[in-house]
Design a protein around this ligand. Structure first.
Ligand code: ADP
Length: 478
């Protein structure tokens, strides 16, 4: 049965498994969000200016007051977004981002203070808008810093009323002015308003900062537990690695003894014994290739990932070596291997020559083994476009069922049709491929149709630098 073509794409762009720094990420997204929200506030002010100009609201509103705030917020927000663009993306800029947030809040306080005054101060609920900044400050900053912000909000919200009471600025009222005149003519009422707003601000700060401190603490504890689990997992993998390594030598010895028996060095074996010995040999080969894969995968996940140094390597050279090897394996199985990349000029990427060879070898050998003998055809091609190079391994083999496409990169996974077609697999080849592509900062894509074939495409960034090749095929700095 022929299914529709399905594809699966593995991209590590957003994966942060190895060194997560959630707090910095969050801080960055909040900076962006804060700047975006200010554009909405500017729009709201523009709506206010329109209402004031149209005179639809029965109050003494002046559109020029809104215009002043719009101009002030637009200029400052433009400056913030330019500065933040230079700071975002680099985690070492954490402190600068926090200072930028602090300045944004103080700028907003100036605008809010002016708007509170222009809209009659206590005649409108404008001063409650300071509360939003107090809540945000408890998320962005330490408790002490957010308390300073709460105090600054209180002072800025109280300025208009206090200055009007002291006669420093003229009293403004958007209604008939009677209520406002009564408030500022009496000390205890004016100060009562100021103290009450202060009490509301500080209670709000206390409650929210309590909650956000405990959330931050939880986040930190989770992060520590996560790091601990990663460490334990690494130790576990290392001990598995050691145990597996120790199994390799005895199995290699058993294999050589079996070959001694099979090849008649201990005398001619009866036919039945020959069959049994050759079966034992096959099983030994399977176990050895599984052990080799486990060791390789563990190395990639533990030892190498942290220590590996990537250098410029010629991807074409690594690919061609494996294509030649593949052609020999293909010949033995009567599968045609066509290398369209034979004459492709060198392409350099930052990587490890030996790991790239393993990657290509796994993909090419899979393509060969999952093809039908005699009619199988594997096409290898490379395409380089400005800064990217893509390598494609295409076959006309058994294909991968669509429901298995997202599982084939999992450890030990083998699809049912693959198990039926080829017994020798370990289910670790593509796990190794996935790790190698990840280490190289690349992506891998699979397209497949059951009964028609599969195409695996890996993509990497090209590097400018070229290096000399050493005797071991490994490329080193020149
Ligand atoms: P295996 O040792 O089983 O080949 P891999 O990790 O290399 O292990 O592959 C995992 C599974 O992905 C295979 O068992 C098979 O189901 C599927 N697969 C990989 N490559 C191909 C291919 N070229 N054609 C069909 N199926 C494939």
């Amino acid at each position: 049965m022929v299914e529709d073509k399905h594809s699966f794409f593995y991209d590590w762009g957003s994966v942060t498994t190895y060194k997560p720094d959630i707090s910095s990420q969050e801080l960055e997204s909040r900076v962006k969000w804060f700047i975006n929200m200010r554009w909405f506030a500017i729009l709201a002010c523009a709506a206010g200016a329109l209402i004031a100009a149209a005179g639809i609201f029965p109050a003494n509103l002046d559109y020029l007051d809104f215009a002043v705030v719009i101009v002030f917020l637009s200029i400052t927000n433009l400056v913030y977004s330019i500065i933040s663009r230079n700071l975002l993306g680099d985690r070492s800029n954490r402190r600068e981002l926090q200072s930028l947030l602090l300045w944004q809040m103080l700028g907003d306080f100036a605008a809010l203070s002016f708007l509170t005054y222009a809209l009659g101060g206590i005649e409108t609920p404008m001063a409650t808008l300071f509360m939003a900044h107090i809540i945000l400050a408890t998320l962005f900053f330490t408790r002490r810093r957010s308390l300073i912000i709460a105090a600054a909000a209180w002072i800025c919200a109280s300025f208009p009323l206090m200055f009007e009471w002291a006669g420093i600025i003229p009293m403004r009222s958007i209604f008939d002015g009677q209520f406002k005149s009564m408030v500022i003519s009496r000390f205890e009422v004016a100060f009562g308003f100021v103290l009450a707003s202060g009490a509301v601000y500080f209670v709000c700060w206390y409650l929210v900062s309590e909650i956000s401190s405990s959330l931050k603490l939880r986040e930190q504890q989770l992060e520590e537990s996560n790091q601990m689990l990663i460490k334990i997992d690494k130790e576990k993998t290392q001990s598995t690695l050691l145990a597996t390594h120790e199994l390799k030598a005895p199995f290699a010895a058993i294999k050589s003894h079996i070959y001694t028996l099979r090849d008649g060095y201990c005398g001619e074996l009866p036919e039945k014994a020959q069959t049994v010995v050759s079966r034992i040999g096959d099983r030994c080969d399977q176990i050895l290739s599984r052990i080799t894969d486990i060791i390789h995968l563990s190395n990639l996940r533990t030892l190498v990932v942290t220590d590996m140094r990537l250098v410029p390597v010629d991807l074409i050279a690594a690919f061609s070596e494996e294509a030649r090897e593949g052609a020999l394996i293909g010949k033995a199985r009567n599968v045609e291997v066509i290398n369209l990349a034979e004459t492709h000029p060198s392409v350099y990427i930052m990587g490890s020559y030996s790991h790239l060879k393993t990657l290509f070898s796994n993909l090419i050998q899979n393509a060969i083994f999952y093809c039908h003998e005699n009619t199988g055809r594997v096409v290898l091609s490379i395409e380089s476009l400005s800064k990217k190079v893509s390598v494609a391994v295409q076959d006309n083999g058994i294909g991968i069922p669509s429901e298995n496409l997202d599982k084939i990169f999992d450890d030990y996974f083998r699809s049912k049709n693959a198990v039926g077609h080829y017994k020798g697999g370990t289910g670790l080849g593509l796990s190794i491929v996935k790790e190698i592509v990840f280490i190289h900062g690349g992506t891998i894509q699979v397209e497949s149709t059951v009964g028609i074939g599969s195409t695996f495409t890996v993509r990497f960034d090209i590097t400018e630098a070229k290096q000399e090749k050493t005797d071991h095929g490994e490329h080193t700095d020149s």
